[in-house]
Design a binder for this molecule. Structure first.
Ligand code: ADP
Length: 368
């Protein structure tokens, strides 16, 4: 297996679009790295440059310390699994998996061994003689993965491989790919726009927006310490709530929202960085799960009470989502499913002050 390093990599398409800018990250041997970001942010472009399917405009790409910018795709020993599976419809599952080896002139025996091994790992043995059209979406995706496995590549690349599957199958394939990663001890780079996929699968996540890396971190660090407002809002579902306001000193630090309807005492937050923002504009951020109601507020040590009018109430079974407005900004809170409050009713809620996030209102970078 192998490590991959990207150094100052940029890509401009002929149409003039600057798809990715100054990309730097390392993928260690046996690591599972996820590239995540909204559609059009440049994830596939980065993956395709690693595969050699797209020319690198500037910067350097290394595989196992060897510069491979000018190496053709077939000489990079990388296998890519695509969103649309790209199976040959007239070939059986066996033939589809064997095809790449045949092209590379592997012996019949070696081919048979490798395909059997991949079919065993992916539990495709009963389907080897079937054509793709007689398979479910999940099975087709496994064949596409099998075709990559038989080549024993240095690096596996996955480009949104689960997008065409239904929700249940996606969850199942997610765990299968994670298991496969451990079993094969392979280096894998996985592209998705789905933050849940990124959080559950990656050891290391690279968050990209508009062709620029915004943060590289472990799932929990991304969640707890987002580097800016974009990452904070992108990671986590439902998304973090934001409200603009300023930090003031009125017998201690307070956050006062622009419309004055939220006034939070920040004395319990001992943070020198926050003091530097005295009388400056900031965004307050709070995750839906850090807002409590009377039934569970005893779990938090320092809180501020607010009373809101419930706009929408969504009982999810295991919990309830409450939607309400603060100064025409919609907020959502996740509370335990005890009794379902009525929409339109007033409700006391409690912000966990230890979990507040703050962002510079201009640069949107995290203050704490
Ligand atoms: P993602 O995979 O994150 O959805 P892409 O890497 O496919 O994003 O695209 C990044 C940007 O580059 C987009 O603005 C897209 O329109 C542009 N782009 C992608 N492929 C081409 C191409 N072949 N020619 C011109 N522009 C392209």
């Amino acid at each position: 297996m192998a490590k991959v390093q990207l150094r100052n990599i940029s890509k401009s398409y002929e149409s003039g679009s600057n798809a990715v800018k100054d990309i730097n990250f390392d993928v260690e041997d046996k690591e599972f790295v996820v590239l995540v970001g909204p559609s059009g942010c440049g994830k596939s472009t980065i993956l395709r440059m690693i595969a050699g399917l797209e020319e690198i405009t500037s910067g350097e790409l290394f595989i196992d310390d060897k510069k491979v910018n000018d190496l053709s795709p077939k000489d990079r020993n990388i296998a890519m699994v695509f969103q649309n599976y790209a199976l040959y419809p007239h070939m059986t599952v066996y033939e589809n998996m064997a095809f790449g080896l045949k092209l590379r002139k592997f012996s019949k025996e070696e081919t048979r061994q490798r395909v059997s091994e991949a079919a065993r790992i992916l539990e495709l043995e009963p389907y080897l003689e079937r054509k793709p059209k007689a398979l479910s979406g999940g099975q087709r995706q496994r064949v596409a993965v099998g075709r990559a496995i038989v080549r024993k590549p240095k690096v596996f690349l996955f480009d949104e491989p689960l997008s065409n599957l239904d929700a249940k199958m996606r969850v199942q394939m997610r765990t299968e790919i994670s298991r496969l990663h451990k079993q094969l001890e392979a280096t894998m780079i996985y592209v998705t726009h789905d933050q849940t996929e990124a959080m559950t699968m990656g050891n290391k996540i690279v968050v990209i927006k508009d062709g620029v890396i915004n943060q590289i971190a472990s799932p929990l660090d991304l969640y707890n310490f987002p580097s800016n407002k974009f990452v904070a809002g992108f990671i986590g579902s439902p998304a973090m709530n934001f409200l603009k306001g300023k930090i003031v000193d009125e017998n201690g630090l307070r956050f006062i929202s622009d419309g004055n309807s939220l006034n939070l005492n920040l004395v319990s937050i001992l943070d020198d960085k926050l003091k530097e923002y005295l009388n400056k504009k900031v965004y307050l951020g709070i995750r839906p799960e850090d807002i409590y109601d009377e039934t569970n507020k005893q779990q938090i040590s320092s809180n501020e009470e607010i009373t809101v009018e419930l706009e929408v109430v969504e009982p999810m079974g295991n919990e309830i989502y409450l939607y309400f407005f603060i100064e025409s900004v919609q907020f959502v809170a996740r509370i335990p499913a005890r009794s379902v409050p009525k929409h339109g009713s007033a409700k006391k809620l409690f912000f966990d002050l230890s979990k507040l996030h703050f962002f510079d209102a201009g640069t949107e970078t995290a203050i704490r």
